[in-house]
Write a protein that binds this ligand. Sequence first.
Ligand code: NAD
Length: 489
Amino acid sequence: MTAMTLLDAMTWQGTLHSDGWVEPAGGTAPVRSPATGEEIAQVGVANTEDVTRACARAAAAQRAWAATGYAERAAVLRRAGQLFERHAAEIGDWIVREGGSIPPKAGVETDTAAQECYEAAALASHPLGEIIPSAQPRLSLARRLPVGVVGVIAPFNFPLILATRSVAPALALGNAVVLKPDPRTAVCGGISIARVFEEAGLPDGLLHVLPGGAEVGEALVADPNVRVISFTGSTAAGRKVGEAAARHLKRAHLELGGNSALIVLDDADLDLAVSAGAWGSFLHQGQICMTTGRHLVHESLSERYVERLAEKANHLPVGDPAKEQVALGPIIDEHQRDKIHALVTASVDAGARLAAGGTYEGLFYRPTVLTDVTPATPAYAQEVFGPVAPVITFTDQDEAVELARQTEYGLSLGILSRDVMKALALADRIPSGIVHINDQTVSDEAVAPFGGVGASGTGSRFGGSAANVDAFTETQWLTVRGTITRYPF
Ligand code: NAD
């Protein structure tokens, strides 16, 4: 491993495969900083021809990789983890400039990407099967085999983690991977990963990075060489991916949208609750699947909660995170900003009151607090994917449960209370893939089985050895006899 710069070019003319650059059939496109609008790179853009070519090469390379000893596969993953750590500043800088992230969030991404690789390294030697009793004189086993080629489709918001959490375990378990990052974050969510694995010595043909739009994702789902799809993104796109995967009889792991509730009970510490609520709604401009989209606050605290949350929102600095120390950076693009503002405007038109924010300059949206909210308020009822905190009040626990359950989503849930057993009892009544007692809704760790229920996903999980083995292998029933059995005819 050399100490070279990992991302030393401004122009990546190709789509990056682990056996080198290939001239992309789809040409190149500029990558722009959302904070300044400035062109910061040119990247190769894939089209459907590139998908076919990459998947065929991945399938051809995968067989030898699956037969490679676990120590060698683990070593590649360990080196990849070290490279994410060594190049954290450089990759982090791209996450800031390309994704509009504040530096601490970029640091979480590079740390977690390294951790994903270290956990995946251990997965390479994880036991992969069990011995099953048999009524016949034979050895009967259920063993796990790599699926072959895994297609990974990732979004822009946590581009590095949400790609690496599938790429690393899939490779460790003996698969090849074709990754389609969001074209808006193709460098930090795609090329940086390809460069890390190239430097880590991943054998040729096993990892292909194809920046491109929905049509490239659709081609990846349809490609006959791809057996499993790992998709993270919106519920609308996830439904299409799930439908297409079913048509092609392949497995799709879907991690989708959310509208997560934070329940603040009457005995919660108000200052800490406001701090948790602000972090849950405003981190990364609210562009997180687990963002606190609904604040459910007991009526005895709600007035003071709104007042303090609004005060905090009004004082949070918003600006270019590459140039100044800010709490919030830009929204990813105009389309997303307009969607946020339309939901805020519709909420005010429907009778909600702006306690803070509701304004923007360019792509910089002020952290926003809405009060006088009802279950029908648009920014409360729908996923906003922006820095908006709608606050609704409840009078007793039954009402809190009823409100929390009024959503098609079920990704994350936070409950704040001094009485932990009361909070746990409440959690048991609300469907959610993730629950945090005495914390807000945003959290992730490489070792935790991450996933949602309802419209937040199909119940599939990423993270931790059990979930990753389930996601990236398939089961084979294997029996062995010492001699051939004689049958009645
Ligand atoms: P999106 O669904 O528009 O895009 C996500 C990815 O899917 C991109 O790479 C995109 O190019 C691709 N894509 C879009 N349509 C496709 C199709 N028909 N077939 C194949 N690929 C397709 O998502 P977005 O709006 O950019 O991202 C935000 C959404 O992602 C939010 O809803 C958020 O909650 C969700 N999200 C979920 C998780 C999770 O783990 N549950 C994590 C992050 C984001």
